[in-house]
Design a protein around this ligand. Structure first.
Ligand code: PRP
Length: 214
């Protein structure tokens, strides 16, 4: 894996980071320092393999990769779609599986069938806009929230939400249903477009090793 320069990885903090590091370990890419949960350090280096890793907020990962601050990123498909950055998506890692859905109280299903002008609360305005405007041809008002999106219909902020559904327990516990499915999601590897050319051999080997380990 060694080469002239460091290959830099941007990993999304949170749910996917642990599984990503476990997968990297399987192919011999380790970074002991990163496992220390109490550490406030932001960048970790594996001198032997000439690799650098940093943890970033998920939505920032495609930004670091587009600008070349990271050669490679691991992030959810939801973030890739929402951030819409110029990066190559090269591999589906198959974990972090969930679905992007339109959810709401059961009676809201009708509002989706009659193309009514409804309110949609979401952390993903671009995905919601693309789905309603381009796929369903339904004009809606999109309200951006930053989390706990399920509150939207409960406090009558919105008719429905566009959000991630994993186990479905958040919906169940709040009396909401999946009304329509937008797309499946999982963790993906993204690559900077210039790095893909300039570091082609190292990156292709990495992708092949990851594929073999999956
Ligand atoms: C996500 C998502 C749902 C929940 C779905 O939220 O926005 O709320 O997980 O998971 P489930 O189907 O297994 O219940 P997250 O926990 O990331 O927090 P957030 O609501 O603050 O975005």
């Amino acid at each position: 894996m060694s080469g002239d320069r460091y290959l830099t990885f941007a990993l999304g903090k949170g749910r996917l980071a642990k599984q990503t590091l476990e997968l990297f370990e399987k192919i011999g890419i380790t970074c002991e320092e990163m496992k220390d949960k109490d550490s406030r350090k932001l960048i970790f280096v594996n001198e032997e393999l000439k690799l650098k890793f940093f943890l970033a907020k998920g939505p920032d990962v495609p930004t670091y990769v587009e600008y070349g601050a990271a050669d490679i990123g691991v992030v959810g498909k939801d973030t890739i779609l929402e951030e819409d950055r110029r990066v190559y998506e090269v591999l589906d890692l198959g974990f972090g599986k969930c679905r992007m859905c339109v959810c709401g109280p059961a009676h809201a299903k009708e509002l989706l069938q009659h193309h009514e002008r409804i309110r949609v609360a979401t952390k993903y305005p671009l995905i919601a806009k693309d789905y309603f405007y381009n796929k369903k041809h339904q004009t809606v008002d999109i309200i951006k929230l930053n989390g706990s999106v399920e509150l939207g219909p409960l406090v009558e902020l919105s008719d429905v939400i566009v959000d991630i559904v994993e186990t479905g327990s958040t919906l169940r516990e709040n009396g909401l249903d999946v009304l329509e499915e937008i797309c499946p999601l999982s963790a993906r590897v993204i690559v900077n477009q210039v790095s893909m050319q300039m570091q082609a051999d190292r990156i292709k080997k990495l992708i092949a090793d990851l594929k073999a380990a999956l």
